[in-house]
Design a protein around this ligand. Structure first.
Ligand SMILES: NC(=O)c1ccc[n+]([C@@H]2O[C@H](COP(=O)([O-])OP(=O)(O)OC[C@H]3O[C@@H](n4cnc5c(N)ncnc54)[C@H](OP(=O)(O)O)[C@@H]3O)[C@@H](O)[C@H]2O)c1
Length: 324
């Protein structure tokens, strides 16, 4: 098969479409012939050599895909050759074929089968962090940073579908589209202090849950933006990894700060998250409350171009790489 390889870490041109050995299904795994794979920020870090695949994962980038099952390994129940699926991966999505643990497979929800490749990583990340960690529920106020990202466009739709009031930060050019997705209020992080804005629009109350992708540079203001009993969930460190935390501010609010990463979690935890997404998120897709937001599709052999686009932050939602 062919896959996007990284012979030497570096810029987008470090991605090389090359002939490589086919994957074999291990026990509990299936082989998926890939139709499409979503691009994630983490793939850029992997390409640069900053985010090595966890032990046992494919060396090729790609944390999600859609396609068709073409082989079923030992000890797999409930999945068969010929089924259209999408999948959460710990790597290897940028390839013609990939081995997938059966617990990370999902049926294609009620959307186009190529666009379905844009859903598993964001759905699993957002569901696990907003529901399992953030305990988001109807009536809460949710602040989503980076609303125009793959994660953000999904989190806004999910929060709104759940009945939360969603506030979001993004560059101004993306605001109209974010309101169409369900954001009640958009904040231009380049011009406004988001913590002040959150307090202003909530009459001083603050946000019950903050989904953060910036890390260090936003820590102080995120705590300031929290309501009493609020939950700050950090999933990205685009603004650095080390910052001072005012425990007094946290203590007074009886608030919490958590941080999680999906990729290196044990198989059983990933399977539990995938099941949660199937049970709780897929019905929202069927109901039309959530759809994959795909900025554009590019042929997988042009992965370098896709990485340039995502690096520029000009994209809205996801970029999807396709085969065939
Ligand atoms: N922990 C996990 O398990 C996990 C899983 C998936 C993703 N993530 C993280 O989630 C983040 C988003 O991933 P993605 O693939 O969806 O990214 P993406 O589509 O590449 O988007 C990155 C976004 O960052 C925004 N941004 C840049 N500076 C900002 C600032 N100062 N304030 C607010 N937003 C800012 C950009 O928005 P503008 O264009 O508006 O500037 C852009 O939309 C990444 O940090 C990624 O590592 C974590």
């Amino acid at each position: 098969m062919r896959a996007v390889t990284i012979p030497q870490p570096g810029g987008p041109d470090a991605l090389v479409w090359a002939e490589v050995p086919d994957p074999e299904p291990g026990p509990g795994e299936v082989i998926v012939d890939v139709r499409a794979s979503g691009v994630n920020r983490a793939d850029l870090l992997q390409r640069q050599g900053h985010y090595p695949p966890p032990p046992g994962a494919s060396a090729y980038p790609g944390l999600e895909c859609s396609g068709v099952i073409t082989e079923v390994g030992a000890d797999v129940a409930g999945w068969a050759v010929g089924q259209q699926v999408c999948a959460l991966l710990s790597g290897g999505g940028y390839a013609e074929r990939v081995a997938v643990p059966a617990g990370q497979l999902l049926p294609v929800p009620a959307c186009d089968s190529v666009d379905a490749a844009a859903l598993p990583e964001v759905a699993c990340t957002v569901w696990s962090n907003l529901i399992q960690v953030g305990r988001l529920s109807a009536g809460d106020t949710l602040l989503v940073h980076g609303g125009g990202s793959g994660i953000g466009t999904f989190a806004i739709q999910f929060g709104a579908a759940l009945g939360a009031t969603v506030l979001t930060t993004a560059r101004a050019a993306k605001h109209d589209r974010l309101r169409e997705l369900g954001a009640a209020h958009t904040i231009d992080y380049r011009e406004q202090d988001f913590a002040e804005e959150v307090r202003r629009v909530t009459d001083g109350r603050g946000a019950d849950v903050v989904l953060d992708i910036m890390g260090a540079s936003y820590l102080g203001r995120n705590v300031a933006a929290l309501a009493t009993g609020g939950r700050l969930v950090v999933i990205g460190m685009q603004g650095g990894r080390k910052a001072e935390l005012d425990l007094g501010a946290l203590l007074t609010k009886r608030a919490s700060v958590s941080a999680t990463s999906l990729r290196a979690r044990p198989l059983a935890e990933k399977a539990e998250i995938v099941q949660g997404v199937r049970d709780e998120v897929w019905p929202m897709v069927t109901a039309g409350a959530i759809r994959p937001i795909v900025d554009r599709r590019l042929p997988m052999a042009e992965a370098a171009q896709a990485h340039r686009l995502v690096e520029s932050n000009e994209h809205f939602g996801k970029v999807v790489l396709t085969i065939g």
